[in-house]
Design a protein around this ligand. Structure first.
Ligand code: AMP
Length: 576
């Protein structure tokens, strides 16, 4: 989506990172020096050294009182010198509540700028390798935008992007790069959008050069949906008529125009490919000119690499950008690197970036500027943005892997504290323990106790779901555990109800997370699990049952001892 930008911008930015970062900080401090928040530390000053000495490094709980007051309608100059026009709802939570961050149109412009640079990097790669431009089949969606008490919308980063004037007014060259018309992206019913994305993509299958989504999981879901709906899609193509249940008129009209008249030949080809018993390579069979898939395949999304490689006959998986609701950070300038080797080059004119070395959490003196990070070292980014966050800890761990001109490149190592995730939700250790405490009350009202537990995100089902392994023991010394289905199903429901708003939304409204499952294991299973870990070099003295298991060997130890499985039977309630 490049519009007036050139690749040499990237060279200039990354060659002058120090100066640009100094200018960005100056601009931010001049804009925000008189806010109530900054005045308490800087007394109206906008000096960089004073900022470094006096402004504290903060987490969400520190800034929430200010954000909450603005969300409730108080003057935005409490925290921000510029206007606040919306909040971005993050996948992160604090105290069980979704984090929200104030922004204005400048956020979208800066995100658009990084996306444009990414697009230029990709085009250069394509032309260097003699690849035609063609079209992108991209699974983009918008989500509903609830309002704060002051009436400002709370949206996800990409909902605000796709609904922005920046996106609407992009040049016609770039609006025709997707197989789906904007009406499909903007359709409020995500089920109708998904169906139409696939229909448009199938009709234009010979033009599709890239397949993408912001995160990897929607790609997996799209293929799974296709597996269940290809007959209906083929019928639509054969008849030249969009299914009646596509009721959103804008979407329906735009898709009908792309569908054109009946096309028996195309329907037959698709039907033949989809009728194969194995879906191995289905992506390259249906869209034979596809050169790569474009999304985010690092961090939590790395779990979807094997299934996407299976569906695509190992097409290159290009990780695009790294960003958050707090700020966009950077882009991958070396697109064909394998996902495990991907690094993101920070873009120095987006926000002011500092870095707290890992293991120095209490020592704020050790924070360094963007250009002063050291190769191979691990850091947590600290962001000062234009909209009221000052020295805010992002909660990701990154490792410096190299420099592009004078700008560092980082590998995404992990998100701090997150133990379970299927989609974009980020369930932390704290969330798990809280949910478990609620479920324990249910078990204790029955005749047994929980003596061992661990969990994992099972993504072999579609949608993926959380699985808890539980070892139970009867309260009476000689009693046997008689499993009561009602109690265990209730436990599943209570666990789900205890998770945060994003989990419940993805599970109940969007259907992107499946029903939570408890697998009750035989007595002694957790001893066997410990033996397994000790055999791998762990020490008995230090052993702690992991809250969450990922290794296939450890899972096999548990799976061999499963006695019974129970699923949640009601959807957890949404926040109003
Ligand atoms: P959100 O809070 O919903 O805005 O999500 C932002 C978080 O998503 C970041 O702090 C990261 O933990 C994660 N994330 C975003 N981009 C990437 C990426 N390219 N690779 C790995 N994780 C990412």
């Amino acid at each position: 989506m490049s519009s007036g930008y050139e690749l040499k911008d990237l060279e200039e930015l990354t060659s002058n990172a120090k100066q640009i970062q100094d200018d960005v900080l100056k601009e931010i401090l001049t804009l925000n020096a008189t806010t109530k928040y900054l005045r308490q530390f800087l007394h109206g000053n906008s000096d960089k050294e004073l900022f470094k000495k006096s402004v504290p490094v903060v987490s969400y709980d520190d800034v929430w009182p200010y954000i909450e007051r603005v969300a409730n309608g108080e003057q935005t100059d409490l925290i921000s010198g510029g206007p606040i026009t919306r909040f971005l709802g993050s996948s992160g939570t604090s105290g069980g509540k979704q984090k929200i961050f104030p922004v204005n149109d400048k956020y979208t412009e800066k995100l658009g700028y990084v996306l444009a640079l990414r697009s230029l990097v990709m085009s250069k790669h394509a032309s260097d390798n003699g690849v035609e431009q063609g079209k992108t089949m991209e699974f983009n969606y918008v989500r509903p935008e609830p309002k704060t008490p002051s009436g400002l919308p709370v949206s996800t980063v990409f909902t605000s992007f796709f609904m922005s004037d920046y996106f609407k007014n992009r040049t016609s060259k770039h609006s025709s790069e997707y197989t789906s018309p904007d009406q499909v992206i903007l359709c409020p019913d995500n089920n109708q959008s998904l169906y139409c994305h696939l229909l448009c993509g199938l009709v234009q299958r010979d033009e599709v050069m890239r397949i993408g989504a912001t995160f990897a999981y929607p790609l997996v879901l799209a293929i799974n949906y296709l597996e269940n709906h290809w007959k209906e899609l083929c019928n639509n193509i054969r008849a030249g008529h969009v299914s009646e249940w596509i009721t959103n008129l804008d979407c329906r009209n735009a898709v009908s125009a792309i569908l054109g008249g009946p096309n028996h030949k195309l329907a037959d080809v698709i039907e033949q490919e989809c009728s194969h018993k194995s879906w191995e390579g289905i992506i390259t069979r249906l869209w034979p000119k596809t050169k790569y898939m474009e999304s985010i395949f690092t961090g939590q999304m790395a779990q979807y690499i094997p299934i996407l490689e299976f569906y695509s006959n190992k097409l290159p998986l290009v990780s695009t950008t790294y960003g958050s609701s707090e700020s966009t950070f950077g882009l991958n300038v070396d697109p064909l690197r394998k996902p495990e080797d991907v690094s993101y080059t920070f873009v120095p004119n987006i926000s002011y970036f500092e870095f707290l070395p890992v293991d120095h959490e209490g020592d704020m003196e050790s924070i360094v500027d963007l250009v002063n990070v050291k190769l191979g070292f691990y850091y947590e980014p600290v962001v000062t943005n234009y909209f009221g966050l000052h020295r805010y800890l992002i909660g990701d761990i990154l490792q410096v892997t190299g420099f592009y001109n004078s700008t560092p490149q980082f590998r995404f190592v992990r998100r701090k504290n997150v133990v379970l995730s299927v989609e974009t939700e980020a369930t932390t250790e704290e969330d798990l323990l809280k949910a478990l405490a609620h479920a324990t009350q249910v078990i204790e009202s029955s005749n047994f106790m929980l003596v061992g537990f661990t969990c994992y995100a099972d993504i072999s089902t579609c949608p993926g779901h959380y699985v808890f392994y539980w070892e139970l023991k009867a309260k009476g010394a000689n009693d046997v555990v008689e499993l009561d289905k009602n109690v265990l199903v209730e436990c599943c429901c209570v666990l789900e109800e205890s998770f945060d708003a994003l989990y419940r939304d993805l599970r109940t409204r969007e259907g992107l997370i499946g029903a939570l499952e408890i697998r009750v294991v035989q007595q002694g299973t957790f001893d066997s699990l410990m033996e397994y870990f000790i055999s791998q070099g762990g020490s008995v003295a230090q052993y702690k049952t992991p809250l969450c298991v990922n290794s296939s060997e450890a899972l096999a130890v548990l799976e061999n001892k499963v006695l019974a499985r129970f699923f949640s039977e009601r959807s957890p309630p949404l926040d109003l």
